[in-house]
Design a protein around this ligand. Sequence first.
Ligand code: MN
Length: 731
Amino acid sequence: MNEEEVYSKYLALEEKVKNYNPGLNVPRLRAAYEFAASMHGEQRRKDGTLYITHPIAAAEIAAEMGLDEDAIISALLHDVVEDTPATIDDVRKNFGQSVADIVDGVTKLTRVTYTSKEEEQVENLRKMLIAMARDIRVILIKIADRLHNMRTMEYQAHDKQRAKALETMEVYAPIAHRLGIQKIKWELEDLSLIYLDPLGYTEITAKLDSRMPTLEAFMDTIKNRILGRMQEYGIDAAVSGRIKHIYSIYRKMYTQNKSLDEVFDLCAFRVIVSDVSDCYNVLGHIHDLFKPIAGKFKDYISTPKPNMYQSIHTTVVGPEGIPFEVQIRTWDMHHTAEYGIAAHWKYKQGLGAEDAGEEKFAWIRTLLESQQDSDATEFVQDLKIDMFADEVFVFTPGGDVINLPAGATPIDFAYAIHSDVGNSMISAKINGRITPYDTVLQNGDIVEVLTSKTAKGPSRDWISLAHSTKAKNKIKQWFKKERREENVEFGKAAFEAEMKRNRLSPGDLLDDEIVSAALKKLSVSSLDEMYAAIGYGGMSTARAVNRFREEVIRSRRQQLEREKTDKLISDAPPAASSRPVRGIVVQGLDNCLIKFARCCTPVPGDKVVGFITKGYGISVHRAECQNYLNSRARGEDEGRWIDVGWGETGGELYTTTIAMNARDRNGLIVDVATVLNAAKVKILSMNMQEVGGGKAIATIQVEVPDNTVLASVMSRLSLISGVVEVSRPGV
Ligand code: MN
């Protein structure tokens, strides 16, 4: 193609634009052409043609969409910044801010690299492109650019063909659909299919070709019948028949696992009339001429699709039992269906760009946000798009698109990847350059976070530098967690002091029932959590201790009840003489039944007291036993407490309980057993329970001759690594 031919191409473009835009500033358009032609100079495309033919063709597609002057000029200039020495400033100087912005936008989209990803990623990428475009003309020109590139993909290398075809199929065709540019969407899909599945494409086209005479005859028959009816009733209508586009046939064959011969509805007909009432008239005639298929009727006139598409669709059965679809619409609707959003281009050159922009964006935004395509099978990826204002889309170095609220910084990005990434961030790069943490991310930025295992974690000012609630919360969490140990420590000390003031013993914290009942009342799940809450100021010590005291009192009452009915008394052998019974001497009483209280398990050497039970002899408690102390404090049963003491014991062993509070660790039980064995103390039972926070409480039942042995065993136990406290329960 020589320069003259190129120039005549340009003139054809100029003609086309003048046709729908009589007010076109012809010299300005021509200047744009000349600027682009001189900048691209002798550059050639892969097929050998002068490069300038590509922007002219893209501008031509933009003209078919009916775009405004600035958009056509931008289409002519869309590659000058990317591929020639020209700069955005040059474009601005010569053609103004609006054109410069559009060209800049298209250039940025061109630089976005695409690698096939899972569906969610692809959807993010589509959103990013639309968000990046800012001005919808940018995306429309990008689509025109892509369409022409796909039309001329033949001479490209095989790999590039495939890559571009995949990107077109997954990103640009869906965007075209979303914008309602049906005609372009179809062409993009068919062109992509040629490279994505050449065999499948050829199979369909070859078969269609071979069946073309039959199909054409069929289409003629139907078309004539409809036309005849229209004339008969004086309805002015244009009727056309077409074979459905290749990719829609292809998809039907694959999703329904059919051969081409089994796909019946290959043809579609269109009746275009001048007004809406005629649409419904035509529908009546069509249903009169052919048998309608139930459930295959859709009225997108009364309920337009979100992309503004309007038509009546009905599927009917023709003379040979072959089904086909008829679309009925007005000319206005037809233009919208072909060019969608572009057909409704209301950009007024007279208006200030700001005002026009506001109005336009609001409109497009509504369209995209309300996108709920009723035909889900046709477009399954419909998702809400919050375009322009409140979102920003950036890349990871691996090419994943991360979606963040507008205004986000590298801190938001890091925490969006993972809280560990955020917590161990030491610096951030945007587009390969180290940047401060308060840098606001832009659409299309490639963001990289550098982390270190020795990072000291977030700093407090990150909370204000982060923009997303998610990142802010994660940083706050980190601080709360970091302070947790301190909180627990402080809370524990405060709690224990309050316990003491209330004359409660730490041993009560070893009773699972008391602890779990009290914790439940306090709505916390572990002692540590309670300590942390106290330490953090979320719970008062008085409240915590009160709940414990209530539980301790309740538990002791129950224990007293149990003792009263304790049948274990029966295993106390009746004494044969006034000698000590089970080692206990009772003043003034001989031969009475003796049992040892379970709450405090006294052993010889302990100071003890006796309680005269109702019918079960004497129950022996330690003088320090809380049950005893409480009973005395209440002043009840005053007369039933009697003095008892230890007589000579004949080396018998006494059962008692040791409680142990320890850090839970491997081998703890073995160490305990070893200590007790070495002391020749028999273990009757051992119960170890995890209580959270890495702590364990052990209850060990042993047999000892007296409290000296017991004390020495307890002190040895307390030396075991990890053991925090060793005590005797009940005091
Ligand atoms: Mn291009």
